[in-house]
Design a protein around this ligand. Structure first.
Ligand code: HEC
Ligand code: HEC
Length: 215
């Protein structure tokens, strides 16, 4: 029996073992550090991001997320998560590893200060998506998205991202990675639990819904 258990443990991927979903802890010091990020230094550094995220954080491609108008604390947390391997991506991993904490805070301040741009998308099933956003679903114990992401989709302190104006393709892609567990950097599994009970079709509709919310 003992051998069997050891055998099973050896075959499990390392990620199964109690790895925190994020190493970022929002202490008052950490919040102040991000709040004091220097946007003009961030603007200089952001030249290295422009190819994928656009000059001012409006992504030229629907598969790359826009960063303009996003909460700096959320942006900073994601950069630390990529750096520490808590969020895995072959493009962002090496980018984040090359950034100091100060540079991450400066970049977060710059992108967060840029205005988000509204890009309309054709809607699939507006009513169904709106119903999930505003009412959730009791049978599936799904809370309404707007409880956390806000009525205007602009997110909330500290770590709840804005979704309004984000690319639909990116939203549905990232929700599917929460659903299948490849994205696992959400503290308390808040998004994994929600995404698990959404169908792929609902996920796609929610992406279009949020891309269409005016900022
Ligand atoms: C080669 C293309 C590329 C470059 C260059 C790049 N990124 Fe990214 N970035 C991506 C992709 C792709 C994703 C989405 C990855 C995923 O699904 O986790 C992403 C995601 C992000 C996210 C998470 C956004 C969210 O909504 O969760 C942040 C923050 C970010 N990038 C910041 C930066 C910064 C800052 C730079 C420059 C220092 C940069 N990126 C350079 C491709 C790139
Ligand atoms: C209990 C609060 C809560 C609820 C309810 C909630 N979210 Fe989230 N959501 C979060 C948090 C926190 C994060 C950030 C996770 C992290 O740290 O990476 C997040 C992240 C996301 C992201 C990733 C955004 C990005 O830029 O990568 C998407 C997309 C998203 N949520 C969509 C939704 C949708 C759609 C719903 C409703 C079906 C929903 N959320 C309901 C808390 C919530």
């Amino acid at each position: 029996m003992k051998k069997l258990i050891i055998g099973i443990l050896l075959t499990l991927p390392a990620s199964v073992f109690a790895q925190p979903s994020s190493q970022v802890a929002w202490t008052p010091e950490q919040l102040n550090f991000v709040k004091n990020g220097n946007p003009s230094k961030g603007q200089e550094l952001a030249k290295a991001c422009a190819g994928c995220h656009g000059d001012k954080g409006i992504s030229p491609s629907p598969t790359y997320p826009s960063l303009a108008g996003q909460l700096p604390t959320y942006l900073y947390k994601q950069l630390q998560d990529y750096k520490n391997g808590n969020r895995a991506d072959p493009m962002m991993g090496p980018v984040a590893q090359g950034l100091s904490e100060q540079e991450a805070a400066d970049l977060a301040a710059w992108f967060g200060s840029q205005p988000a741009v509204f890009q309309s998308a054709s809607l699939m099933n507006y009513e169904q998506a709106e119903n999930l956003v505003k009412n959730g679903n009791r049978e599936r114990t799904l809370p309404p998205c707007e409880v956390c992401h806000g009525k205007d989709g602009k997110g909330q302190a500290m770590d709840i991202p804005a979704l309004s104006g984000q690319n639909a393709a990116y939203i549905s892609y990232t929700l599917k990675t929460f659903k299948n567990g490849t994205r696992r950097n959400d503290i308390y599994s808040r998004m994994r639990l929600i995404a698990e009970s959404l169908t792929d079709q609902e996920i796609d509709e929610l992406g279009f819904y949020y891309q269409n919310i005016k900022n």
